[in-house]
Design a protein. Structure first.
Length: 265
């Protein structure tokens, strides 16, 4: 296998295992033969009103055919996840991992080689379709690593490793800033060498990392709860996902989130 590329109090891809995620309002939409869903949130749920604090950001999506037959599901080619622009992404001083260091590699090897650049984790499910074989499902773990900049844009390398059968590929996410409400955009494209077999049915990714830089504690992702004065909570547009498929119309879904002001300030 080879290499695949999310007002208030928001930012980027639920929550760390030890924390409770900010609730989000999951959404589902249909486009042609595809029934797609998108969900996500941030953790912790209580944040300062006027300054940013460390958070974990989670995004996930599911894809299935309307008929229920997985072999009727078209191939997902690109995922674009746009997050509310109020969030902050900070990677200065964070070690960098390069794609050729972890591809190919097992999960254990990827952690050993690029563990210092680890910024998240997740899961990927896919149906494998190979000529002369019956389709089968794979369930893989995802490790997200801080990558170098390309043409001025941050990269996130999502290393995907499945144990049965063993194999790995890498999703290259490009991070960019755009005008508008959903200003932080992560985008990835299924690489050419994976297009002959990989049909994604589920993905999830959580970004969360704290580290020390120049004697200060830093967070890879930070956010505040921008509730208006006099209010202790806020509902805000959290993220928007756009899925594009081979030989099928694309679909766009948005999800809302909620935050509380820490200490009821």
């Amino acid at each position: 296998m080879d290499g695949v590329r999310l007002r208030g109090c928001a930012f980027l891809l639920a929550a760390a295992l030890c924390c409770t995620a900010v609730p989000a309002l999951a959404t589902t939409n249909r486009s042609g033969e595809v029934l797609a869903s998108f969900d996500g949130g941030i953790s912790p749920s209580a944040l300062p009103r006027h300054e940013v604090a460390p958070v974990g950001v989670h995004v996930e999506g599911d894809l299935r055919s309307v008929s229920g037959d997985p072999e009727q599901l078209p191939q997902l080619r690109t995922i674009e996840v746009a997050i509310n622009r109020q969030g902050r992404l900070f990677d200065r001083g964070l070690p960098v991992c390069h794609a050729d260091q972890i591809q190919p590699a097992s999960e254990v090897a990827a952690r050993r080689i690029c563990g210092a650049a680890l910024v998240g984790h997740g899961k990927v499910d896919a149906q494998v379709r190979i000529d002369s074989q019956l389709p089968f499902e794979i369930h893989a773990d995802l490790l997200a690593f801080n990558g170098p900049r390309r043409h001025g844009r941050r990269l996130i390398f999502a290393h995907i490793y499945a144990g049965k059968p063993p194999g790995s590929f890498t999703l290259t996410f490009t991070v960019s800033r755009r005008p508008g409400q959903f200003g932080t955009v992560l985008e990835t494209t299924l690489p050419a060498r994976a297009r002959g077999w990989a049909y994604l049915t589920h993905f999830e990714m959580t970004l969360r990392r704290t580290y020390v830089y120049q004697g200060r504690r830093r967070s890879y992702v930070s956010a505040a709860c921008g509730a208006p004065e006099g209010f202790n909570s806020a509902l805000f547009p959290f993220a928007r996902a756009t899925y594009s498929f081979r030989e099928s119309p694309g679909v766009t879904l948005s999800v809302a989130g909620e935050c509380q002001v820490a200490g009821g300030e």
